[in-house]
Design a protein around this ligand. Sequence first.
Ligand SMILES: Cc1ncc(C[n+]2csc(CCOP(=O)(O)OP(=O)(O)O)c2C)c(N)n1
Length: 360
Amino acid sequence: MKGGTIVADFSVPYLQLLDADGRLTGPLPSLADNPQEWLAMYRMMVRTRLFDTKAVNLQRTGKLGTYPPCLGQEAVHVGVGAALLPQDVVFPVYREIGTKFWRGVTLRDVLLYWGGDERGTHYVNTPQDFPFCVPIASQMPHAAGAALAFKLRGEARCALGYIGDGGTSQGAFYEAINFAGARGLPLVTVVVNNQYAISAPVRVQTACETLAQKGIAAGMRCLQIDGNDLLAVRVAVGEAAERARRGDGPTLIEALTYRLSDHTTSDDASRYRDAEEVTAARAREPMVRMRRFLEERKLWSDAQEAAWRAECSAEIEAAVQEYLTTPRQPVDSMFDHVYAELPRSLEWQREEARRFSGRR
Ligand SMILES: Cc1ncc(C[n+]2csc(CCOP(=O)(O)OP(=O)(O)O)c2C)c(N)n1
């Protein structure tokens, strides 16, 4: 543009601390310089992956409903968990079991939920956290609303809203981040860019070079990180949460990762992506690099890995038994808590449902 001047200039920083081979790319910020926490986070990634594999197998054998695996995305989920404090509130999408487990949600709760039993959302340890959210992006206005409440009450807490790459095309997402930016709310938004929204790759989803830059339009701090790097997640989310709690406003973090699994158990990803692409992505997955990092520091060994896997497998088997032997809810329960007074049309449906359930 001739004669014009630049009125504003923006950039999007990128953070990676641990490369795909498990080598540090530079000095480790104090927020992530904690060997006890490295071990706890790594163990949680292993536990999460073993549970995830089991959940897929349960669905395949008809013992669980449709399930959205998190294979390859464990670093984002566990890193977020470790970065938050108990008083913060998490608004997840549907894959983030690593965060839920870190915050004390039980394996049985998650199985109940995906088995179609809403009692799996009654979290004993973190009752303030929201349940999984399947309607895309609808959790984001809720997260912004909670952040507004914290600000109005003067509470040192943050709301953390998860969103997928596809979800960032939804109006609810833009409304939520705009509101959080305008009001300076304690909202941390984590965009999990796993490269696909079911079969739609990011390149057909947006013309933006990064998803992080969507935060610029909302007037908030934003950055992109290597979401397969547990330490980068821990640092980026930890800093964003601390800023939010002390009143320094919202942050949007785009975590680059890759969904190594199908979208859900009712999807077949081989129909829309190449095997070579998946193989290349597997080489950058999050657990191998963290294990190397720990082994090089003599903090982890094959024997410890085997013992921990055995322990997790036993715990998972016990949770599966608990889930499978949980008495079913009465059919009436699906009509409870929807209306204070049930409309006539639903009363009829309830009668019908009772008749059918009596026949089974
Ligand atoms: C409002 C709404 N529209 C459509 C769907 C169907 N749907 C389920 S998952 C999904 C893709 C979401 O992709 P993304 O946000 O990238 O998250 P990912 O599943 O990759 O983690 C869609 C369109 C839905 N659940 N809700």
